[in-house]
Design a binder for this molecule. Structure first.
Ligand code: 5GP
Ligand code: MN
Ligand code: MN
Length: 320
């Protein structure tokens, strides 16, 4: 059932044994929200575990508490409450959903949320799940430590492109301001996130060489980049930010990054300036937001590219 912010806080307060999780390929919002919740609940003396079906990406290891994140155990876990953060469907949390058996509270901001939980607190106007978590803390008069402020600032800033995307609201900036006052340091956080291994910068020419552009009438274009298995493995998943290159080209509306995780396992990232790419992602079993979405396609690379580009073309020609 749909629950309010107050009821979400009540569920968190009443549970004594809690498992927190978030989506696979975790991003700043996923991990920042997870770590802030962990610290908030642990400080109340509760038994809390963070379990995710992935490693913590190198770029986020600076966040305090990230070393305590566990991978799914083999034996079932039965806490009082299972909190699923920043995930719009249960498949997004991978194996964790099969290991943890408890009533689910889902706190999320995706427009594509399928309302899979026992209790859901969804706000698609929030720029990040981190905003929703911060609102819960404020309403509970929580003691927000510097570490929690850093985690929440990271959550909010990464999901709104450091306050540049259309989801940046006056609330977003207000929350960011409050988090800086509580100890978050924007320069330290952005430097941590921008630092990458040398190979990632050296591979940039190879990535940009894969650029392809399709004309779709009315000066609207689709631009894609493609990371074959070889290229992707050299980049070791450090592909954050590459999609901005096709996205920033003048005249491009929909930008796509195809990443061959494996043969017949193609990760697709979608960005747009006006089209609703969450619909495009949903039509391939994925999801996301109007301007940033994604999906995984179980086809070979050429076929996946053909299917997604044709669907994107159809969407642009239809004027959406
Ligand atoms: P990214 O391209 O950065 O991986 O994802 C962009 C946005 O789309 C994020 O908000 C992410 O949560 C969402 N997203 C990406 N891939 C998937 C997917 O396979 N399923 C769903 N439901 N959402 C996705
Ligand atoms: Mn996310
Ligand atoms: Mn998010």
């Amino acid at each position: 059932m749909e629950v309010s912010i107050e009821y979400s806080a009540k569920l968190l307060n009443e549970a004594n044994d809690i498992v927190l999780t978030t989506h696979i390929h975790p991003d700043g919002d996923a991990l920042g929200s997870l770590l802030a919740c962990y610290e908030y609940l642990s400080a109340q003396g509760k038994k809390v575990r963070m379990i995710i079906d992935d490693e913590v990406p190198r770029a986020f290891k600076f966040l305090s508490g990230s070393g305590k994140i566990e991978q799914p155990p083999i034996t079932p876990v039965t806490p009082d409450l299972f909190v699923v953060l920043d995930a719009s469907d249960l498949e997004r949390v991978g194996k964790v959903s099969t290991v943890v058996k408890a009533p689910i509270l889902n706190i999320d901001h995706h427009i594509s949320n399928v309302k899979f939980a026992d209790y859901w607190y969804i706000d698609s106007r929030a720029a990040a799940t981190g905003e929703m978590i911060f609102k819960i803390f404020k309403q509970e008069n929580a003691n927000i430590t510097g570490g929690m402020a850093e985690a929440l600032f990271t959550a909010i800033a990464t999901d709104c492109g450091f306050f540049r995307y259309a989801n940046t609201s006056s609330d977003t900036l207000q929350f960011a301001s409050e988090l800086v006052a509580l100890g978050a340091k924007p320069n330290v956080i952005s430097e941590q996130l921008d630092t990458k291994p040398r190979v990632v910068v050296e591979m940039l020419p190879s990535v940009l060489k894969t650029l392809e552009i399709v004309e779709c009438g009315q000066a609207r274009q689709i631009a894609s980049i493609t990371l074959t298995k070889e290229l992707a493995s050299k980049l070791k998943d450090e592909t954050e930010g590459f999609i901005d290159y096709p996205r920033n080209i003048d005249g491009v509306d929909i930008a796509i990054m195809f990443k061959e995780a494996d043969t017949n396992n193609i990760r697709v990232s979608l960005r747009s300036k006006t089209a609703d790419v969450s619909k495009l992602a949903l039509s391939f079993g994925g999801g996301g937001h109007a301007r940033a979405a994604g999906c995984t396609i179980a086809e070979n690379l050429d076929r996946a590219k053909y299917l997604v580009v044709e669907a994107a073309k159809a969407q642009l020609f239809a004027g959406h």
